[in-house]
Design a protein around this ligand. Structure first.
Ligand SMILES: Cc1cc2nc3c(=O)[nH]c(=O)nc-3n(C[C@H](O)[C@H](O)[C@H](O)COP(=O)(O)OP(=O)(O)OC[C@H]3O[C@@H](n4cnc5c(N)ncnc54)[C@H](O)[C@@H]3O)c2cc1C
Length: 448
């Protein structure tokens, strides 16, 4: 850790100690996701001290989280240590800490590191790239029964719940309980819900075939629920139709226009009917982290900061919000919360700050370049939408696989994932089928 960062360290929050005079301007980036990493990278030649803070020590390639949840890949294959940046980029320091406060007027942030207390860190520029987290639409009590999918921990929890449910189904003598254990409910039919449901359908029919003598995993019930009128609501209607047919073919029951009223240890109540299930997965809403609100910026209903044309916080010079945490409108439409939006936003702000540090002003506002939206629906099938172009099927799936392998952080991950995919494509096997702790038999719905 650089000496500069140690300037106001303590075990409890305290008043800011006057920061020593710094020779170089300091850019603090909160969040080592797609947007934060892109911003740091864009500052690689800047004459600045860049401090990248994340509460996790790793960057996650979220588009493949569903494959960790369904045992195709192991966590390490879709993640990379953020600290690696310090080795690659001389002007970057990485700090493992959770940012708990921002004082825009004093130009400091408060960061809490486990076991090392809280430090106040002064900034000249602040880039907030804290992303989103699952939202239960005011029903936070659902969370204990229905994990969301946002972190490696979530993915491992889901994997353990799914595999644990089959283990318990294999030993129970109670038919009704067995049916409950073999019913999987996914709430939310956006890309994550669709991808997870399709991958689960394939796992129960192919990977687990012949693995249990007393139950047939292929007879599982996989139900994908959504309050909206169709799956993949952000894609064109024609693609939604194709995806629904594909899911049905894979054995997923798609129920749209159905609102979930309750989630408890016995399952869900949706559209007035109870669906008994031991595994309910939440793939519905997202909300921003509390950090954008601390900036004094106006926020939308999901807590994203309403930023200016340069992704800047109005009335807070040198403060920016990028990626999923920002609400950006372009041609009357919101810029989607996807990896490309985050990368392009982070890169734009990084370059803008680098230019300002050279005494140049950037007048060009941020423009999102839409490279297209994709979703994969099991083996051999993906959909792609890019402006007027809409494709689906095997070739689209090949494009999806190619793009995703190339986008993974670290060369060794690309090689390992490629090898893993080829193996499971031809054998149907998934090698990451571990349940780290014994499944629970108390019917709490949590197998962990
Ligand atoms: C399951 C899933 C599947 C997805 N699939 C796709 C896909 O197929 N294609 C696609 O384009 N997009 C996909 N997305 C969306 C895409 O991952 C996001 O748009 C992208 O990750 C946003 O990047 P970001 O940098 O804004 O936020 P994130 O990548 O979420 O990064 C935010 C970072 O901030 C850190 N952080 C948050 N709060 C704090 C704090 N207080 N202190 C310190 N650190 C903090 C977090 O630990 C995290 O590392 C998917 C998302 C999910 C969850």
């Amino acid at each position: 850790m650089s000496a500069m960062l140690a300037e106001t360290r303590s075990d409890a929050p305290q008043a800011v100690v006057e920061a020593p005079r710094r020779e170089r301007k300091r850019v603090v980036i909160i969040g080592g996701g797609f947007a934060g990493i892109a911003a740091a990278h864009a500052l690689r030649h800047a004459d600045a001290e860049v401090v990248l803070i994340d509460r996790r020590n790793h960057h996650i390639f979220q588009p493949l989280l569903y494959q960790v949840a369904t045992a195709v890949l192991s966590p390490a294959e879709i993640a990379a240590p953020i600290r690696q940046l310090e080795a690659k980029q001389r002007n970057v320091s990485v700090l493992l800490a959770e940012v708990t406060g921002v004082d825009v007027a004093a130009r400091t942030i408060e960061a809490s590191s486990p076991g090392a207390g809280v430090r106040k860190i002064a900034f000249d520029y602040l880039v907030v790239a804290t992303g989103m987290r699952p939202s239960y639409f005011g029903h936070d009590e659902f969370a204990q029964h229905a994990p969301g999918l946002k972190s490696l921990n979530d993915a491992e929890t889901i994997r353990a719940k799914i595999l644990g449910a089959f283990e318990l189904a294999a030993i129970t003598e109670d038919e009704e309980e067995r049916a409950r254990l073999m019913t999987f409910v996914l709430v939310g039919a956006g890309p994550t819900g669709v991808e997870l449901a399709a991958s689960l359908a394939q796992m129960v029919r192919v990977t687990l075939r012949g693995n249990f003598r007393h139950i047939d995993p292929a007879k599982s019930n996989i139900i994908l629920l959504d309050a909206g009128s169709r799956v993949l609501a952000t894609f064109a209607e024609s693609l939604s139709g194709r995806v629904t047919r594909r899911l049905t073919k894979l054995g997923v029951k798609v129920m749209t226009g159905v609102k979930v009223e309750t989630v408890d240890e016995q399952g869900v109540v949706a559209g007035g009917s109870r669906i008994p299930s031991a595994t309910v997965l939440w793939t519905a809403g997202v909300a921003a982290s509390p950090i954008p609100k601390m900036l004094g910026a106006k926020t939308d209903r999901a807590g994203r900061a309403l930023v200016g044309p340069a992704l800047n916080v109005v009335d807070a010079p040198g403060v920016f919000v990028v990626g999923d945490a920002a609400s950006v409108m372009q041609n009357g439409h919101p810029v989607p919360g996807v990896a490309q939006g985050a990368i392009q936003g982070g890169r734009y702000v990084g370059r803008l700050i680098a230019k300002e540090l050279k005494g140049r002003k950037v007048k060009r506002p941020f423009r999102y370049f839409d490279k297209g939206n994709m979703a994969v629906v099991g083996k051999n099938y993906a959909v792609l939408e890019r402006r007027w172009l809409r494709t689906s099927g095997f070739l689209t799936w090949l494009v999806w696989a190619f793009v995703h392998v190339l986008s993974l952080p670290q060369l060794q991950n690309r090689l390992r994932v490629q090898r893993q995919w080829i193996w499971s494509y031809f054998t149907g096997q998934r090698s990451s089928r571990l349940i780290p702790e014994p499944p629970r038999v108390d019917g709490s719905g949590s197998n962990r």
